[in-house]
Design a protein around this ligand. Structure first.
Ligand code: FO1
Length: 308
């Protein structure tokens, strides 16, 4: 199985799938459009969120970063007068140091991710969507063009988005590992990540969408919206600003041509008829998809596997 995921929301379902599938049966292809450099370090927030979540060492209250984190380095940065809007924890820094060092010595992001994930005991495969640099650029009304992390973390996704660009996507190559995982998959799951900020940059990697479409395997998306609202984060706000209806119908439209199954929350049951009238070839299933506990993650994952 191949799962496409961004950060916190997507990692929850990936974790559920990882817990119910035998080791080695899941490959999570992760967004790298959020990657950026801070203090000379290469930060891959979504890769780290997925890796820490699957290793069961993620911070449970934020969903990103590490559990039992300390902030000595960041406190020292503040003492030097640095603006610490992006919070890098002491333990988390080890990941960024090793990754940056490996990249400088010529290793690919795919290789270093595999090594770190293996050392953390992750029994499945985590792959960056591409080894080439990509950057989601957010065009906003109030603040001009912002690199993703400034929009998301520094300005707490408050500016109005008028356009999005997945810089480098057209030049980025699909790695051999992603190609092989898609070629071997029986099922592709689009996790409940932000379609515009997390899934679209994965699909923007040149040739990846075509590769998925050629395979003609089952492709299933789990809605990131429940009752027209995002569980957390800017999905609904951003869809509205970018001209997509923030509803399960908007999600069905967004993934039209790619998915053949859409999973929606039981709360959205009444919208199924409307979606089916516009997309009669789509199969729609409703189930509780809010994942508050690890047991919820497993149960959503199990239901997806069962229904396929
Ligand atoms: N998200 C925040 O809201 N504030 C932070 O200070 C922050 C720091 C951070 C450090 C490392 C890391 O791997 C992720 C971090 N995130 C932080 C999360 C991240 O920026 C976003 O959740 C994703 O990019 C969106 O998927």
């Amino acid at each position: 199985m191949v799962a496409l995921a961004g950060g916190v929301g997507g990692a929850k379902l990936a974790h559920g799938l990882a817990r119910i599938l035998p080791p080695g049966h899941l490959t999570v292809v992760v967004n790298v459009g959020d990657d950026f450099e801070r203090y000379g370090l290469h930060i891959s927030p979504d890769l780290d969120t997925v890796m820490y979540t699957l290793a069961e060492i993620a911070n449970p209250s934020t969903g990103w970063g590490l559990v039992d984190e300390s902030w000595q380095a960041l406190t020292m940065m503040a003492q030097y007068g640095e603006d610490t809007w992006f919070r890098l924890g002491d333990r988390d820094l080890a990941t960024h140091l090793l990754r940056t060092d490996a990249l400088r010595s010529g290793q690919r992001l795919t290789e270093i991710t595999a090594r770190l994930a293996h050392k953390l005991g992750v029994a499945h495969t985590i792959l960056p969507a591409s080894d080439e640099p990509m950057a989601t650029m957010v065009h906003t009304r109030e603040k001009g063009i912002l690199p993703f992390q400034q929009y998301f973390v520094k300005y707490r996704w408050q500016p109005t988005v008028i356009d999005l660009q997945y810089e480098g996507g057209d030049r980025a190559q699909v790695s051999g590992e992603v190609r092989a995982a898609v070629a071997a998959a029986d099922l592709l799951v689009i996790c409940p990540s932000n379609p515009l900020l997390s899934v679209a940059p994965i699909l923007a990697v040149a040739g990846l969408r075509e590769l998925i479409e050629q395979r003609q395997m089952s492709c299933i998306a789990v809605s990131p919206l429940i009752g027209g609202k995002a569980v957390k984060g800017p999905t609904a706000k951003l869809m509205r600003e970018m001209g997509h209806e923030p509803s399960v119908l908007g999600i069905a439209r967004f993934y039209n041509g790619l998915i053949d199954v859409l999973v929606v929350d039981s709360e959205d049951q009444q919208a199924i008829g409307q979606v089916l009238s516009q997309f009669p070839a789509l199969s729609i299933f409703e189930m509780p998809i809010l994942m508050k506990t690890v047991a919820d993650r497993e149960s959503v994952a199990q239901r997806i596997v069962d229904l396929i």
